[in-house]
Design a protein around this ligand. Structure first.
Ligand code: SF4
Length: 342
């Protein structure tokens, strides 16, 4: 068993490693496969499935590949975030010393230097800023940091937060980078992917969202990702929240439904949310804002297009354009529902 803090993103895409996990008769690999499968069932429906197994790197790599086949971004995010929280707990375990944490961070692809005298870590600035936007709170902003020789000085807790966000970014990117061809090759003998898809469709998102007449199923990947992250307790960056509210308003969701959607966030603050929604939708500002263009979201690391066919068209410039094209296709196919504000 390889503990989760030995996670190496490159291994997710290493076909020879993945072949071993999927095909080996070694009992350890069979156990990893069983755990990887069990954790997905658990995360789809925690009420009906057994307590989650103790995960490790191999079971995690296995889960990520299976989820590539299932192709449901919210479920992928839920799985990654579940492992993220376990990883953070492991890093904070006091049995690990600073050198251990430095070497685990290095195996993931970060390069902190540990100072045993001061018990602090020095992390390159670019690595810090590639992760800190996913963390809310002024203490994670660059302007709040102290520096030494061009590196950010971090205590163990802050480094653990950066490591966990790095883990999320690299995990999701690795899954999106898996080619269709490799996925078909590796997953050809996995016979339960269709049943996972069906279970997720029926059970996985039940009771969480009631979007009325708004067509949630044709939202662009970025919107699905924000909604999924919010439900999973990630503190969304300001621009993601703004994009969500303005998008939902433009596609016809009512003010009250938008606020109700934000209630699914663990850190929901009604007064603040109501103010933000009323501001973006023009109720108090007098200006009804539009969501940013794809290029703006991309430059802020808030685009999650992965291999989505429509998002990868050169002419696709805006999340609302995505929605209206999908909507038009639905109308053509006779499956239209009418979006309207009450
Ligand atoms: S390409 Fe545009 S619509 Fe698609 S995920 Fe990225 S930002 Fe969203």
């Amino acid at each position: 068993m390889i503990p989760l803090y030995n996670f190496q993103p490159e291994k997710v895409k290493d076909l020879s490693e993945i072949e071993k996990i999927f095909r080996s008769h070694d009992p350890a690999m069979a156990e990893a496969r069983k755990k990887g499968q069990d954790i997905i069932y658990y995360l789809i429906d925690p009420e009906k499935n057994d307590a989650p197994p103790a995960v490790d790197c191999n079971s995690y790599y296995y889960s990520l590949w299976v989820l590539k086949g299932v192709n449901e971004n919210p479920l992928l995010t839920r799985t990654v975030n579940y492992h993220r929280d376990i990883l953070e707990g492991l890093i904070m375990d006091e049995k690990l010393d600073g050198e251990d944490i430095e070497s685990y961070a290095r195996s993931m692809g970060l390069s902190p230097d540990f100072d045993p005298v001061r018990e602090l870590f020095y992390l390159p600035v670019d690595q810090f800023v590639s992760c800190n936007s996913r963390l809310s709170g002024s203490r994670y902003r660059l302007s709040y940091q102290l520096f030494r020789e061009g590196k950010v000085i971090l205590n163990r807790e802050t480094l653990a937060k950066i490591m966990r966000e790095f883990f999320v970014i690299r995990s999701i990117r690795a899954v999106h980078d898996i080619s269709e061809e490799s996925a078909l090759q590796i997953l050809q003998d996995i016979d339960y992917i269709d049943s996972l898809k069906e279970l997720y469709r029926v059970v996985g998102s039940r009771g969480v969202l009631d979007l009325g007449s708004v067509d949630f199923k044709i939202f662009p990947p970025c919107m699905n990702e924000y909604i999924s992250q919010m439900r999973d307790g990630v503190n969304l960056p300001h621009m993601a929240r703004f994009t969500m509210v303005s998008f939902l308003n433009k596609v016809g969701m009512t003010r009250d439904d938008i606020i109700a959607l934000f209630k699914t966030a663990p850190d929901f603050n009604e007064r603040m949310t109501t103010y933000q929604v009323d501001h973006v939708t023009g109720n108090i500002s007098g200006t009804e804002y539009s969501p940013p263009k794809c290029s703006v979201l991309q430059s802020n690391h808030l685009c999650y297009k992965g291999d989505d066919r429509l998002c990868n068209q050169e002419w696709l410039k805006h999340p609302l354009q995505y929605y209206s094209i999908k909507k038009r296709d639905m109308i053509r196919q006779g499956g239209v529902q009418t979006s309207s504000k009450r």
